[in-house]
Design a protein around this ligand. Structure first.
Ligand SMILES: *[C@@H]1O[C@H](CO)[C@@H](O)[C@H](O)[C@H]1NC(C)=O
Ligand SMILES: *[C@@H]1O[C@H](CO)[C@@H](O)[C@H](O)[C@H]1NC(C)=O
Ligand SMILES: *[C@@H]1O[C@H](CO)[C@@H](O)[C@H](O)[C@H]1NC(C)=O
Ligand SMILES: *[C@@H]1O[C@H](CO)[C@@H](O)[C@H](O)[C@H]1NC(C)=O
Ligand SMILES: *[C@@H]1O[C@H](CO)[C@@H](O)[C@H](O)[C@H]1NC(C)=O
Ligand SMILES: *[C@@H]1O[C@H](CO)[C@@H](O)[C@H](O)[C@H]1NC(C)=O
Length: 400
């Protein structure tokens, strides 16, 4: 068991109360958004093809996960849950500064924003807030991908509107929804392939698969309280995509015996995080309840059945930052990034880094993935690295 919360328990309580209220207010609007989602799916894959992600010459690929920026209006938006001495001259611009620092320190190959990118309830103009929130990734010319949280639609853009704005921004690989799928719930369901090193036998094969899903916002059913869940239509898309990728990976050239590892990114944690907590076998901290949907839509078992996804990365609960394994899949939080988001005074804002490393082949070239490691960086004086752990390696029993 972990020690109970001290100062921050109050703010966590308030979060939930506020969110309950907002649920009721946005319900009507969202019902409309769900209907619209069925007819707006075509997104060009031409552009994403050009920007093919691949492992670097050193056999590595690094992903920076940024969770819960909660960006609003910039300089005029104050920080939440910082020390009294830090209150003055603290705003959204500190979130921007942290992202710049992280980019310089880690030089990621991809940045993934796992939702609540903007805290739209406090944002005057959703498009402007989104532009400002993602600006550091854009100015650094780093490919980036974003999914939606439960707060992104609370300003003057709907969930569809937010995703449609995101895909117009520079250097993004985000998609409104997968091409060729004519029925899927939500906005921002898509996948990205990471190919092997250029010039190696795996240069045209995806050795690492990234799945992005919209975990929704709030339940539309009065009988089910709280948060939304990943729907059957999304799980079906995931299943088919995973199957296709596995077939390609296990076909010539360089036909492999098992699937390429996959990583899944979305906002709201799955109910199975509770199993990790109950096992007491995790790295990092749990300082607030797991705010999953109150029903289990089965996405975790869908992941287990597909067999390729080795780790799932979420946000939503800002003062939880742990990773732990349950039935062969690592469930990970990033910890809160944004200064306008609730947090815990004196407990640094943070981000999660993941590095995938290739195996050297006997011919001194690069083969399939060897391992996936993770750590976190804190927004303190030294951008301290903490909690380094191996999430997956190809010699784990049952790991391939
Ligand atoms: C926010 O940024 C200002 C200006 O750079 C800085 O003085 C202040 O220490 C920062 N606050 C926090 C909590 O990082
Ligand atoms: C949102 O509000 C801002 C500020 O009032 C306005 O400039 C912008 O056009 C609005 N966007 C939409 C999509 O209505
Ligand atoms: C990858 O595809 C390119 C373009 O089709 C081709 O020239 C190259 O030989 C392929 N590489 C391998 C290892 O199959
Ligand atoms: C976790 O432990 C709590 C407290 O013992 C128990 O109520 C709950 O059912 C457990 N959940 C799971 C998924 O094991
Ligand atoms: C804890 O989890 C790790 C994987 O993250 C596993 O290797 C280890 O065996 C687990 N320990 C216990 C006591 O279950
Ligand atoms: C940062 O690093 C310096 C030099 O290594 C050290 O003296 C200082 O205590 C560190 N600060 C923090 C907050 O870890």
């Amino acid at each position: 068991m972990r020690p109970p919360l001290n100062g921050s328990s109050v703010s966590v309580g308030i979060k939930n109360m506020e969110e309950e209220k907002k649920t009721i207010g946005v319900r009507g609007l969202l019902a409309v958004a769900v209907v619209f989602c069925l007819c707006s799916l075509a997104v060009s894959t031409e552009e994403t093809k050009q920007k093919q992600l691949r492992l670097k010459e050193n056999g590595e690929f690094k992903i920076l996960q940024v969770a819960d920026m909660h960006y609003a209006d910039g300089k005029t938006t104050p920080c939440t849950n910082v020390l009294p001495s830090e209150k003055v001259s603290c705003s959204d611009l500190n979130t921007t500064a942290f992202l710049h620092r992280m980019i310089l320190a880690e030089k990621p190959d991809l940045i993934v924003f796992t939702g609540d990118n903007i805290y739209a309830a406090d944002a005057t103009d959703a498009a402007r807030s989104l532009d400002a929130a993602f600006a550091p990734a854009i100015s650094a010319s780093i490919p980036w991908a974003a999914v939606l949280g439960n707060h992104d639609q609370q300003s003057n853009l709907s969930r569809e509107g937010v995703m449609k704005h995101i895909v117009t921004l520079k250097h993004t690989l985000s998609q409104v929804n997968p091409a060729g799928v004519d029925l899927i719930d939500g906005f921002g369901n898509y996948n990205l392939e990471v190919h092997g090193v250029e010039g190696s036998g795996f240069e045209n094969k995806s050795v690492l698969n990234l799945y992005f899903l919209d975990s929704g916002d709030y339940s539309k059913f009065p009988s089910i309280s709280k948060y939304d869940w990943i729907k059957p239509s999304q799980q079906l898309w995931f299943q088919r995509t995973s199957l296709e990728l596995q077939r390609a990976y296990m076909s010539k050239p360089e036909a492999q015996e098992g699937p390429a590892p996959g990583l899944a990114y979305f906002h709201i944690p799955l109910p199975e995080f509770t199993n990790v907590v109950n096992s007491s076998n995790y790295t990092g901290v749990k300082q607030e309840p797991i705010s999953s949907a109150s029903v289990n839509s089965g996405f975790f078992s869908t992941l287990v059945e597909a067999g390729d996804v080795k780790a799932v990365f979420n946000g939503h609960d800002h003062v939880n930052d742990f990773c732990g394994e349950y039935t062969g899949i690592q469930l990970c939080y990033a910890g809160g990034f944004g200064y306008h988001a609730y947090g815990k005074a004196g407990w640094a804002r943070r981000a999660r880094v993941v590095v995938a490393t290739l195996e050297k082949t006997e011919e001194a070239s690069w083969g399939p993935l060897k391992s996936i490691k993770t750590w976190k960086r804190l927004d303190d004086q030294n951008l301290s690295t903490i909690d380094v752990q191996v999430l997956w390696s190809n010699n784990t029993p049952g790991g391939t």
